[in-house]
Ligand binder design. Sequence first.
Ligand code: GDP
Ligand code: MG
Length: 163
Amino acid sequence: MALKLAIVGRPNVGKSTLFNRLVGKRLALVDDRPGVTRDRRYAEGSIGDMDLTLIDTAGYEDVSDDSLESRMREQTELALEDGDLILFMMDAREGVTSLDRIFAERLRKQHKPVILLANKAESRESGGGVGEAHALGFGEPVAISAEHGEGMADLYAAIRDAS
Ligand code: GDP
Ligand code: MG
């Protein structure tokens, strides 16, 4: 059975971009508009020699009476139930936001292993936003660029160590 990885985090950090990269097909919709992924998506993928089942989550849906926060909560809860390992993604360029803290608080209350990812870290300057990431409670983030495929060896090692 492939390890199930749930990718969670606030809208627009790059979750679907990582999902697509690990799946190797454009199954998840990537868009500049936050929250464009309309539901959870499951796909088989891999990193190095490791087979994975990937779960992409949406920040929220476009048309809804529900609040952004409750949408995020619902998506995240379902992914947390299903995943063996949680990839919690933040944006290295923007640093820790209040929404990141809301996610972190929830993730600290569950017992599945969590890997903190600082995405969009392709340029040297972009790492500046990760200074306070340690305070989220998941150690030092693994710096990656989902778009450019950087940091994948570090991600592989982190998944191997956590699983
Ligand atoms: P999601 O809402 O978390 O699923 O985020 P998406 O995967 O839809 O990405 C949101 C935006 O961030 C898109 O414009 C992506 O092209 C961009 N993005 C994703 N990964 C990276 C990255 O590694 N570097 C940069 N610079 N942009 C990225
Ligand atoms: Mg998405």
